[in-house]
Structure formats: structure tokens, C-alpha cells
Design a binder for this molecule. Structure first.
Ligand SMILES: Cc1cc2nc3c(=O)[nH]c(=O)nc-3n(C[C@H](O)[C@H](O)[C@H](O)COP(=O)(O)OP(=O)(O)OC[C@H]3O[C@@H](n4cnc5c(N)ncnc54)[C@H](O)[C@@H]3O)c2cc1C
Length: 280
């Protein structure tokens, strides 16, 4: 479908972007545009698109004073995956982000856009959720930090207010000891969203030693805290029980990508596979 007419503005600062979003017409912020433009072609009606890519410094990926990491709103996924600190301390993010789309798409799409889109099938959201990330939300009212555990609400719906820009994602400090395994099934590699995927991690600096994140099997990206706590108490001997808890936590739908029964069965199998890999 042809793209409908809209007012395109390239902001040069966050203040300018916020002012453009507060002029009483329906507007959307744009990072890579790989979700936004596709949605505007199909159904989304937007009068103004505010491009954030020309704001200087917004693509930075940098260590924070407390030893964590900040990923700027326009940092593209390829740069995140290539970054030495991300590779050393946040392997879960590298594994999940490397599975998003194809190479050309990752050169354009951003982590922040992936999170803001609010899809339960988003590949980077599950890693950021399991890593206890925070979204930095800025509006004309000021700045607030939104834990990703509170960010995802329903498909396409997040805790971000429509006039808030997510200027960055903040990750807490992590050691280099994390093991991560991302097991993902899709109809066509590089061209399709996950039908179902499971992230498992062990170690690093998380308060819980184990993390299990589920993709495309509920209205939002999920963790499985009950299974994580069981594994923390009992270790690898509880892998089967933890995978069963993960399967029972999932509330998938049937759609063109797979049936609910298939997805539930795959949550069990992929959780087992992932936990075996991170405890080996
Ligand atoms: C062919 C194809 C394959 C794909 N495959 C995958 C896949 O395998 N896995 C996957 O997870 N996704 C996939 N996607 C979806 C998409 O590419 C990703 O979600 C991507 O990360 C979106 O990033 P973006 O920078 O392009 O976001 P945009 O399209 O610019 O924005 C996405 C949404 O977030 C909002 N937004 C963006 N930045 C901000 C900000 N800073 N503050 C507030 N709101 C903001 C926009 O208004 C929009 O609603 C695919 C898309 C295509 C076209």
C-alpha cells in the first residue's frame, strides 16, 4: 500500500522533538522506521513523524558512572552487537539482537524502537527484561525511569506516554560471567518474527542466578520468576520442573505462525535446551 501523506520533521535536539510532539496533532517519534513506516502503510494514521536520527549523540553506547551501560535511542542493533562492552558483559543481548531480522535490517533498526514498539515477539526486549534494564523516558514534564518489568503491557501498548521520548535504555552493572542461550523458532530466518523463543541465562550480576524469558507466547514479553527461584534453590536437578513451569506460564494464541499447543510444547523443549546449555 502507498504511504499516506504526513508531515516529516527531523529534530536536531530532544527539546525540539518534544516541542514538535506537543503542537496538538497526532505524531510519532521515529528511530529506524522499520516498524513505524510498515504500520503506517497498513493502518496507522499519523499526521506528523518526528525523526530522532539527526539528534547529535543520541546513538551513543557508553558505560555509565556506576559501571552499567547506556544505549542511546538511535543506536542501531548492529552497533550494539559489535560493541566490546556489550559483548563482554551482556551476551544475552548480543544473542537475542543478532537474531533480529537480517543484516540490512539490523543496520537500520534500533533497540529502543524494538522496545517502544511493544511487540511480544520483540527479540531485544526479552534480553533487556532479563537484564533488569530501565527505559529513560523524557517529556516536557521531566525525566522518569521505567523498569522494563513494568514497561510492556499488551501487544503494541507500553507504559510510555505518547509525548515521552525514550532517550536511552540503561543496563545495570554486570560481570563477564553470564552464560546465555537464545533458542528461537520462526518460519523463515531473517524475514519473520519469532513463532516462539526462549532466553535462558545463568550468572552475571543478576539478583537471581537464573533467568528465563519467553517471547511470542503471551500478550507481553514475560519472565518466569517461579522457575528461576526453583533453579536458584535446587540448581540443574530442577531443569525439567522449571521447563514445565515455563510451559504452564505461557498463554499463547494460535495464529498464522503456529498453534497455541505447538507454542506451549516448544516453550518446554526450548527452555530445557537453553537451561542445559547455560548450566553445562
Ligand atoms: C522485514 C522485517 C523483519 C523484522 N524482523 C524482526 C525480528 O526478527 N525481530 C524483531 O523483534 N523485530 C523485527 N522486525 C521489526 C522491527 O524491525 C524492530 O522492531 C526494530 O527494532 C524497530 O526499530 P526501529 O528503530 O526501526 O523503530 P521505529 O520503526 O522507528 O519505531 C518503532 C515504534 O517505536 C516508536 N519509537 C521509536 N523510537 C522511539 C523513541 N526513542 N521514543 C519513543 N518512541 C519511539 C515509534 O513511534 C514506533 O511506534 C522486523 C521488521 C521488518 C520490516
Amino acid at each position: 500500500m502507498l504511504l499516506p501523506h504526513f508531515d516529516y520533521r527531523a529534530a536536531r535536539s530532544i527539546d525540539e522533538a518534544l516541542a514538535l510532539a506537543n503542537e496538538g496533532i497526532s505524531s510519532r517519534f521515529m528511530a529506524g522506521g522499520t516498524d513505524l513506516i510498515a504500520q503506517m502503510r497498513i493502518r496507522l494514521k499519523v499526521e506528523r513523524v518526528i525523526d530522532l536520527k539527526k539528534i547529535p549523540g543520541l546513538d551513543a553506547i557508553a558505560e555509565t558512572d556506576d559501571g552499567g551501560l547506556e544505549i542511546g535511542a538511535t543506536a542501531v542493533i548492529s552497533d550494539v552487537c559489535r560493541h566490546a562492552l556489550v559483548q563482554a558483559r551482556y551476551p544475552a543481548l548480543v544473542k537475542c539482537a543478532s537474531e533480529l531480522g537480517a543484516y540490512a535490517l539490523r543496520n537500520r533498526a534500533t533497540v529502543v524502537g524494538n522496545v517502544c514498539n511493544g511487540s511480544p515477539a520483540a527479540d531485544t526486549s526479552v534480553a533487556l527484561l532479563c537484564l533488569d534494564a530501565l527505559a529513560v523516558a523524557v517529556s516536557q514534564r521531566g525525566e522518569r525511569l521505567i523498569p522494563l518489568s513494568e514497561f510492556f503491557i499488551a501487544p503494541g501498548k507500553t507504559a510510555r506516554a505518547s509525548d515521552e521520548i525514550i532517550t536511552a535504555i540503561r543496563l545495570p552493572a554486570a560481570t563477564s560471567g553470564m552464560k546465555a542461550s537464545y533458542n528461537r523458532l520462526s518460519r523463515r530466518r531473517g524475514m519473520d518474527l519469532a513463532t516462539v523463543a526462549v532466553l535462558t541465562t545463568h550468572g552475571g550480576n543478576a539478583a537471581s542466578k537464573y533467568r528465563i524469558g519467553l517471547v511470542a507466547v503471551a500478550p507481553r514479553t514475560l519472565r518466569v520468576p517461579q522457575a528461576e527461584a526453583l533453579l536458584d534453590r535446587q540448581g540443574p536437578s530442577a531443569i525439567d520442573e522449571a521447563a514445565a513451569i515455563a510451559r504452564d506460564t505461557a498463554t499463547p494464541i494460535s495464529d498464522a505462525r503456529g498453534t497455541a499447543d505447538y507454542r506451549r510444547a516448544m516453550v518446554f523443549a526450548l527452555t530445557l535446551r537453553g537451561l542445559a546449555a547455560v548450566t553445562a
